[in-house]
Design a protein around this ligand. Sequence first.
Ligand code: ZN
Ligand code: ZN
Length: 481
Amino acid sequence: MDTDNGIYVNVFDENTKETVVMELEEIVKKATTIVYTSIQKETPDVFEIEAIKAISIVIRTQVIRRLKRFNGIKWNEEIDADISTGMSGFEYIIGSPKIPREGFDEVYNKCSALVDDTKGFIITFGGKPIKAEYHLVCGGGTENSEDVLGNKIMYLRKVLCEYCFNSTNYEGVIDIPINEIEDKLNVKVTEESSIYGPEIKGVFEDVQRDETGRVKRIKVGERYFSGIEIRDLLGLNSSRFGWDPLVIRFKSRGLGDGLGMCLYGAYKMAEEGKSYTEILKYYYTGVQIVNINSAGGGVPLSGKTFIIDPGHGGDNGGDEKGPTGLREKDVNLYIAKSLVELLEKDGALVYLTRLEDEDISIIKRIEYVNSIRPNFLISIHQNFFFALGVSGTEVYYYRGDLEGEKMGRLILDNIAKSLGTANRGTKNAEFAIIRESKVSSILVECMYISNPKEEEALKSDQVKREIAKAIYRGVLEYYGI
Ligand SMILES: [Zn+2]
Ligand SMILES: [Zn+2]
């Protein structure tokens, strides 16, 4: 039973084609290590603390942007995966942190401690997590988003960067054969006939030939030559000649798409004593660094996620009926919806396992809970006993779930106090919904629908709202609010 209030992420493993659940901070630690080791190829023994912290915040922001509970968009909605190991930087996050790079474990241990220092921090713009792009070396300046992605993103602006000047990737040289260029670009640049050749600006220009193809005059670089001069100077067999370029040497500056943070630049900035905030604000224009645990400030439950589970529904067999026919499923749904309103007002993110009178299996509900991993699951029920005299409130938690027990007791006390019901205590139970849900959870039996007086009370919307309010107050007290 998880009681650490961690944030869980569904990760699609490109190797096994399966989705695994991982804790956010573990992902951040592994991915930060992987990304940092990519700079370390150039600077093997250097740990720049602020650069590592900056990277960890970038990684965390990328993940948070994919999470439903933060209004994000999953990497793949269909297979319910938030992120994938196919995403750049996330390739080796699954399993033990063994990747084909030397010294990973050592780097991992050092990075882990630094990632702990930035726990919860992400980069936002306009109150939303940013598209936190990064690249290895910008080569003198980053790019405007519209020049790379085609659309303007306010925080992905061109900034000058002289920090990566010393990187070995600042300038790159690569020779590519023409036939490879023709293949890859699906173009034809060479001539079919061997005694002709393409004019190449600055190299071979202004070619004049006679009717048999002999070169009469040609401009090479800045000078004009006759065909015969070229033949003699270059030792060709004849002045009837052509040419084919075989290889083009490309020179480039920078490595990567130039969007967002320049990793090598971040490393150099840290070396110069800049903080991670300064680094991030340098490369991402106009952003804020916020803690997701206190985002929205002043709203007591912001950052908290709940699933409220109105028991039964549809033709579910467990649904109980009061002596005059009041249905438990309807009472549960009403209380649940009232509770959602109260929690949402205080900034919590709240999900319901059912929105209307429908039969949703316990297995489906459990799957739902385990995919969202809320801070708490609260299941709402009304009790039943064949002896009509029995009445009162009970709360169930799964054995060992101390947080469940604690919140359960607070809720129980609040209901008993404000509704005047008999306090029948908190109890262990094996109900599947609380046993199989991998988060702290409670099942509240608000009243006995089998008891004529309590059935009558439950017919009143005001009473149901009062119960919701009592549960809500219990939640607030649990969080010390
Ligand atoms: Zn740079
Ligand atoms: Zn029930």
